[in-house]
Each structure stands twice: as C-alpha cells, then as structure tokens.
Write a protein that binds this ligand. Structure first.
Ligand code: GRF
Length: 201
C-alpha cells in the first residue's frame, strides 16, 4: 500500500507537478490522493485536475486561523491522508494543527535553512551577498520554517543573478529534492523524533 499523501498549495504548483510526476512511477512509495488550495485561482488546481487527482479549495477568507485549519484537517481526514506536503502554501497554521500532524507534515523552502526564513527569500539571499543558496525540505513545527531538516540541495549564486534567475535555479533543485524527501518519509527512512530527524537506510 502506498502512503496516502496530500499536497497543500496556494499558487502555480510546480512542486506539486514534480511530486505528481514522481508518484507516477510504480515503485514510488507515496500516492497523491488530494490537493488543497486556499486560493480558488491557483494554477496548481489545474495540474491536479489534469492528473485526475481530487482537488479542493478551502478558502481562508474571513475565517479565524483555527477554523480554517479545522476545515483543512477535516478534508485531510476525510481522504484518509497519512502525509501532508506543503508546496508554496502561503498560510501560517495554528500551533494545534501543526501538533496534530507533527511528524507527518513536511514543507519545502527555497533557501538553505536555517538561513533566510520567511518570504522574499531570494531578495534576502541576494542582499546578503552569499555565494551559495539552495532549498530545504523539513518537518513542520509550530515555528515558521524552523523544523528539523530532512534534505537539502545547494545551487551557486552567480554575480549577475537577479531574483528571477536565482529562483529559477533554486526551483529546478526543489523539483528534484521534494520527491526525494517525500520518498524518505514515506518509506520511514526519515522520521521525526522529538526535535531531530532519525535517518536509516
Ligand atoms: C517554491 O519556491 C517553494 O519553495 C516556496 O514557494 C514556491 C512555490 O512554487 N515555498 P510552486 O507553487 O511549487 O511552483
């Protein structure tokens, strides 16, 4: 049985697409069974539909954080989801929601965490003048972009980089990293134990 996985998005869904393509391989240990977007117009919804994956919009508009999270939680439970992947999901969850899913919810961030958390990541990287950037997949904890790291990949920052050129280079790395990290979690090769990730071959 493949691990039932949901992907939470807010936008174009290129990481979602990478996960869908990886999960198309018969030996991939996870199956994408649900896509949830908080934005009705998210491009990723069409990608889900094109792949025949149930896609749901749960709008956050006018809802207190806890009520919105309860609606997401209900949709995940209804679909018997076991692992949640956040991929460009632009809402911060309540602590209760993250605790409920802790160890079973992962996120991708376009920097080498713990550096450059939050938004406008590539702007931050270019302003800092670092020579290397990259991407991180981590278990989610209540603090933003702070969870224990499952996998990282790095890319060079070139002297003439702009936000567009750097983000494109990082995104290419993200598309390879996220399926790799999901595989590790789905196979039980990366497990959250307290504040740490335990790895086994
Ligand atoms: C990615 O860079 C991801 O790391 C960040 O938001 C972006 C989402 O892109 N959290 P996409 O929607 O997967 O194309």
């Amino acid at each position: 049985m493949r691990v039932r996985t949901a992907v939470l998005i807010s936008g174009r869904g290129s990481n979602l697409q990478a996960l869908i393509e990886a999960a198309a391989a018969p030996d991939f240990p996870a199956e994408i069974v649900l896509v949830i977007s908080n934005m009705p117009g998210a491009g990723g919804l069409e990608k889900a539909q094109a792949a025949g994956i149930p896609a749901k919009v749960v709008s956050h508009k006018g809802l207190p954080r806890e009520v919105f999270d309860d609606a997401i939680d209900a949709a995940l439970r209804e679909a018997n989801v076991q692992i949640v992947c956040e991929a460009g999901f632009m809402r911060i969850h309540s602590e209760a929601f993250v605790r409920k899913w802790q160890g079973r919810i992962i996120n991708i961030h376009p920097s080498l965490l713990p550096d450059f958390k939050g938004t406008h990541v590539h702007e931050q990287v270019l302003a800092a003048g670092v020579k290397t950037s990259g991407c991180t997949v981590h278990f989610m904890v209540p603090d933003l972009d702070a969870g224990p790291i499952i996998a990282q990949d790095n890319v060079p920052v070139l002297p003439d980089d702009t936000v567009d050129t750097l983000s494109a280079r990082v995104l290419e790395a993200e598309h390879k990293l996220y399926p790799k990290a999901l595989r590790m979690v789905a196979e039980g090769k990366a497990k959250l134990l307290g504040e740490r990730v335990i790895f086994r071959d």
